[in-house]
Design a protein around this ligand. Structure first.
Ligand code: ADP
Length: 162
């Protein structure tokens, strides 16, 4: 399998996302990380800023490309020539939603598989939402996110748009 797509909000990227991404980059020729434009979710960073932070933290991964998309994920995956979607599974609590989404995506596009990768156990409780909350309340998040994100969380407006 040559090319896979790893979609998500990445608001902002965490070490959990990077763990999954690293695993995928070892398995596949090319991994496209696709930041979704979700209107429903209240975001801290713009899509352009999230792309910028992802690029800054994945420079060492040669076969990873960062982009963003609007509209239906399965259409974007097809456009990009991706054979499968990558999703991270942290805990049983992720399962119900991921299962629904994978089956919906399969019914929309039967030849696009969804593959789940498990992060290292130290990241199983980690989410962008939790990181934002801890940081907002003054907690230290340096263990959970790449360095550029630690700085970005202190001053979100300083992050350039990709
Ligand atoms: P979404 O808004 O689609 O849930 P996220 O940015 O939160 O997007 O996550 C994108 C993908 O990365 C999802 O498959 C999610 O389960 C996975 N993910 C998020 N945090 C982690 C983590 N700590 N470990 C492993 N996978 C994770």
């Amino acid at each position: 399998m040559a090319r896979v797509l790893y979609p998500g909000s990445f608001d902002p990227v965490t070490n959990g996302h990077l763990d999954v991404l690293q695993r995928a980059s070892h398995l596949f020729e090319e991994v496209i990380v696709a930041v979704a434009h979700h209107n429903a979710k209240q975001a801290l960073f713009t899509v352009g800023q999230r792309v910028h932070l992802l690029r800054q933290s994945t420079g060492h991964l040669q076969n990873v490309r960062i982009t963003s998309f609007e509209g239906l994920l399965v259409n974007f995956a097809k456009e990009q020539g991706a054979q499968a979607l990558i999703r991270g599974l942290r805990a049983v609590s992720d399962f119900e939603f991921e299962f629904q989404m994978a089956l919906m995506n399969r019914s929309l596009q039967p030849d696009l598989e969804t593959l789940f990768l498990m992060p290292s156990e130290e990241y199983t409780y980690l989410s962008s939402r939790m990181v934002k909350e801890v940081s907002r309340l003054g907690g230290d998040v340096a263990r959970f996110v790449p360095e550029c994100v630690v700085a970005a969380l202190k001053d979100p407006e300083s992050v350039p748009q990709a």
